[in-house]
Design a protein around this ligand. Structure first.
Ligand code: FAD
Length: 393
């Protein structure tokens, strides 16, 4: 079997793996990125779209933010819609003038792939890591399977940026990692539509029939979500039914704000929280969704993934270049402190905005929580801080 050596083996070309490779490359540390999917697939995969203030700055400082700055939509507020009435949360006014940037995850991925290819550093698509050995040797390795056959890639470190069903965490002997998990009794049906957004800011809507979110990815693309039951399937949702339900839930007492267009992507995502701890097993490290999942209501998934590697890259550089392990030793605890904060915020947003079909008491508490956001400046300020910049606090 062919064997290759590098300094850091990175499994997965999502936002975490690609940014890590980029940051290492800027510091002169070699890495190989292995991605099971094709380039076309990862560049078209529609997922997150809200970039926090501090993360957007970091992408720019790292040299991969120029298109995001040119094309991303800067938002200074969000709307909360309750009982058909809109209330604006003025994020920037409440939080030091800072704003979020709306820019699709697939665009972040495209920018990072372009930077990687321009650097000439190795990035293998259509290549699957089938096993990870970080236990029996000082030099961890992975076995990679592709159409060209199998090969072994070894390095000083292996980093699992391979998402929530990855091979990296599964390779760790049982009993070493603890997995904390919560499933919510809702899923999100998300669509991407060729329709200019009918609103300038994101609308988070709590309606007696369920949650809805109006968001966008560009001036011509709308991204809309409906809270649905976890057992529902896409077959039950015709285009007509999706638009009807969005129209009912998002309607205000004054106007019906929705613009329709061809649905070009759709999917149902279960809402869950997962934390895997610690995020390290010797010379195997975990970053991004490989170590934690948040329900998307707080818009934290991609931000957390990028924030992990913002810490991990200098830690790997210090270890490989200066034999200084201190940053790596602190990596898991530092990340997990932030991850639990994000879990708390995402749970808060999820539980506040998704009505329970038959739980009257919970619905009363939810409405009271939303009223706090609407009526109390202190509560709105706390929400704004977390929404705009949690990953950098
Ligand atoms: C369906 C879905 C919808 C989402 N929607 C939203 C949203 O609306 N808003 C929001 O804030 N967040 C959303 N998220 C969360 C957000 O997209 C993730 O937090 C983000 O993608 C994390 O980046 P990552 O790099 O850690 O992982 P990923 O982006 O998942 O990247 C992991 C990569 O590893 C690759 N891989 C996996 N196994 C292997 C292997 N064995 N060998 C080689 N490669 C491998 C995968 O193909 C993938 O490219 C969504 C997530 C999902 C799954």
């Amino acid at each position: 079997m062919e064997s290759v050596r590098t300094q850091v083996v990175i499994i997965g070309a999502g936002p975490a793996g690609l940014l890590l490779g980029h940051l290492l490359e800027r510091e002169g540390v070699d890495s190989v990125i292995v991605e099971t999917r094709s380039r076309e697939y990862v560049e078209q995969r529609v997922r997150a779209g809200v970039i926090e203030y501090g993360i957007a700055n970091f992408l720019e400082e790292s040299g991969v933010g120029s298109r995001m700055r040119a094309e991303g939509l800067v938002h200074h507020g969000i709307e909360i819609r309750l009982d058909g009435v809109s209330h604006r949360v003025a994020l920037s006014e409440l939080y030091d003038g800072h704003a979020i940037t709306v820019y699709g995850q697939q665009e972040v991925v495209k920018d990072l792939i372009a930077a990687r290819i321009a650097s000439g550093a190795p990035l293998y698509f259509d290549a699957t890591v089938t096993s990870v050995d970080a236990q029996t040797t000082d030099e961890p390795s992975v076995v990679v399977s592709s159409n060209d056959g199998d090969r072994v890639i070894s390095g000083g470190y292996v980093v699992g940026c391979d998402g929530s069903h990855g091979v990296a965490s599964a390779s760790v002997p049982s009993g070493v990692l603890r997995r904390y998990e919560r499933l919510y009794p809702f899923s999100w049906l998300g669509i991407l539509a060729e329709a200019p957004p009918a609103t300038e800011e994101l609308i988070y809507c709590r309606h007696p029939r369920g949650f809805a979110l109006y968001s966008m990815r560009s001036p011509t693309l709308s991204r809309l979500y409906l809270g649905v039951n976890p057992d529902e399937s896409l077959n039950e949702w015709s285009d007509e039914r999706i638009w009807e339900e969005l129209t009912v839930r998002l309607a205000t007492k004054q106007v019906v704000t929705i613009s329709q267009g061809a649905i070009i992507e759709r999917g149902i995502t279960p809402m869950r929280s997962v934390v895997v701890a610690p995020m390290r097993f010797g010379r195997l490290l975990l970053a991004g969704d490989a170590a934690h999942i948040v329900p998307p209501t707080g818009a934290k998934g991609m931000n957390l993934a990028l924030a992990d590697v913002r810490l991990l890259a200098p830690a790997l550089v210090a270890s490989l270049r200066d034999h200084d392990e201190r940053l790596l030793d602190a990596y898991s605890d530092e990340c997990l402190r932030r991850v639990w904060r994000a879990e708390e915020f995402s749970t808060y947003m999820t539980q506040m905005l998704h009505p329970h079909p038959s739980a009257e008491f919970e619905n009363g508490v939810q409405t009271a929580r939303l009223r706090q956001v609407i009526e109390s400046e202190d509560t709105a300020r706390a929400l704004a801080r977390n929404y705009v910049n949690l990953s950098s606090l």
